[in-house]
Structure formats: structure tokens, C-alpha cells
Design a protein around this ligand. Structure first.
Ligand code: SAM
Length: 252
């Protein structure tokens, strides 16, 4: 991939996901792909044994969403990624128990995957459900989804690929909706900038938790417009929006 400076990838990785000293439970599931075994760019045939349209869930947590989506869409292959080891472990356990074969789970940082392994036009869908909210004003720049991230994601989408984003944090959803409306190439698929239910869209663990508490979850659904040609990217600052590590924190 040539559209971002290679040094940035190393910088955000150092900042976000390099293992320190916490206990990492090994994941032995056949669906789990250790990052060092991942071909860059991705070799879909080697990974899935077929060439099917590919979807990506960023921050899969414990796998509730991808389990349901992969069942709904057996004709698609799914990458489910999270930087949280235990989340990947639980996701794999669920998928293994369900006998699903169209998902691969990676413990990987979203921008590392997008920059280093995914070619342009490669994703049929990107799902981002309840990303870390960073609700305090002074922490908002740590949010994963910002303009630079969306510009990159747009290029990795197939020309008619879809982007789904959900959050209970209204200001995060408003912020993302505003940027999406401003980035040429995204087309809103909803009658409003965002909605409070998407029929047929599976609920993630966090969505369920908020809804059970009577709190709304807001959804965005955009599609890449195949008629818009996208200029090459330069000067993205993908370090912004990283999830800062806390020693002893739950990322491991
Ligand atoms: C609030 S949880 C939501 C989990 C799940 N999507 C849900 O809705 O139940 C956010 C998840 O995103 C993961 N995450 C945060 N930043 C990430 C990044 N830069 N790349 C990949 N995963 C990330 C976290 O480890 C965490 O599991």
C-alpha cells in the first residue's frame, strides 16, 4: 500500500497494540490467524479457501455481531478484528461452536490491517459497532473514526461497498455523520443522517446492553458511490484516534 507513510503504521502500533507484560491466553481456534501469519496484502484464497466478497468487522469484541452476520450471509467471508486478546478468544469460541467457516479472527489494530493488508476496493462491507466512545471532550481525538480514517476506509471499500457505524454516543454519531456527508464518495443510504433501528441488522453485545437499559443506539449506513473517482491519499495522520494502552488494562 502506498497511500500512507509506512513509518506511521509502526508508530501507531507502538502506541496502541504492542504487547507488554500482560498475560495473553493463546488462541488455538482454526479460525484465528496470528498477525505474523497474515500475508500483506491479504491472500483471500489462502485464508478462506475461496474467493468470496469480503466484509470486515472492526472491534468485534466478544463476537456477538459477527456470529449473526456471518450466519445471515454465508456467501460472504468475514474478517473480525479486535486488539483485545480475550475478545478474540471468545469470538473464536462462539464461531467454532456454531461451526461457521466464513469468518477469520485477527488480533489486530484496525489501521494496521487497513493500511498494510487490505488493497483498495477489497471490502464489500465495513462494520464498526459501538467503538470505544472516549466521551470526555479532551479525549475525543482518540476516537478511531475520524476524517482520515474514513478517507482510508472509503478506498478500501468495493466501489459499491457499504459502511455501517453504530454507537450510543450521539455526539460521536453526529460527528461521523457530518464527516461522511462531507467526504466525496460516501452516499447515505438512510432517509435521515442516522436512525435508531436498522431492520435485519444484528445486535452486538454493547448494543443489547444499551437497549436493555432503555438507551438509544444510533446507526449510520453509507455506501461508496461507484461514480465518484477517488484521488490518491497523502499525509493521513492515522495516529490520531488510537486507543491508548493502560498497563494492566484489558487489551491483552
Ligand atoms: C466498546 S467495545 C464494543 C465491542 C463490540 N463491537 C460491541 O458492540 O459489543 C469496542 C471494541 O473495539 C476494540 N478496539 C478499540 N480500538 C480498536 C482498534 N483501533 N482496532 C481494533 N479494535 C479496536 C476494543 O478492544 C473493544 O473490544
Amino acid at each position: 500500500m502506498t497511500d500512507t507513510k509506512p513509518c506511521l503504521a509502526a508508530e501507531y502500533l507502538n502506541a496502541a497494540v504492542r504487547p507488554r507484560t500482560q498475560r495473553v491466553i493463546p488462541i488455538v481456534s482454526p479460525l484465528f490467524v496470528p498477525t505474523e501469519q497474515l500475508a500483506r496484502p491479504l491472500d483471500r484464497l489462502a485464508l478462506f479457501g475461496r474467493l468470496a466478497p469480503l466484509a470486515l468487522e472492526i472491534g468485534c469484541g466478544t463476537g456477538h455481531f459477527v456470529l449473526q452476520r456471518a450466519r445471515q450471509q454465508p456467501e460472504l467471508d468475514f474478517l473480525a478484528i479486535d486488539i483485545y486478546n480475550k475478545g478474540c478468544l471468545k469470538t473464536c469460541s462462539k464461531l467454532d461452536a456454531a461451526g461457521l467457516t466464513n469468518v477469520r479472527v485477527l488480533r489486530m489494530e484496525a489501521r494496521e490491517l487497513l493500511v498494510e493488508a487490505l488493497p483498495d476496493d477489497s471490502l464489500q462491507a465495513i462494520y464498526i459497532n459501538c467503538p470505544d466512545p472516549w466521551p470526555k471532550k479532551r479525549h475525543r481525538e482518540r476516537r478511531l473514526v475520524n476524517r482520515d480514517f474514513l478517507e482510508l476506509a472509503l478506498r478500501r471499500l468495493h466501489p459499491a461497498g457499504e459502511l455501517f457505524f453504530s454507537s450510543d454516543q450521539r455526539d460521536y454519531v453526529e460527528q461521523v455523520a457530518e464527516v461522511l456527508a462531507d467526504v466525496p464518495g460516501f452516499r447515505n443510504q438512510l432517509a435521515a443522517p442516522f436512525v435508531e433501528s436498522l431492520p435485519g441488522y444484528p445486535l452486538s453485545k454493547y448494543m443489547r446492553r444499551f437497549l436493555d437499559q432503555g438507551l438509544p443506539v444510533h446507526f449510520l449506513h453509507h455506501r461508496r458511490d461507484p461514480a465518484i473517482s477517488l484521488p490518491a491519499l497523502s499525509g493521513l495522520d492515522l495516529r490520531r484516534g488510537y486507543r491508548a494502552r493502560r498497563p494492566g488494562g484489558r487489551h491483552e
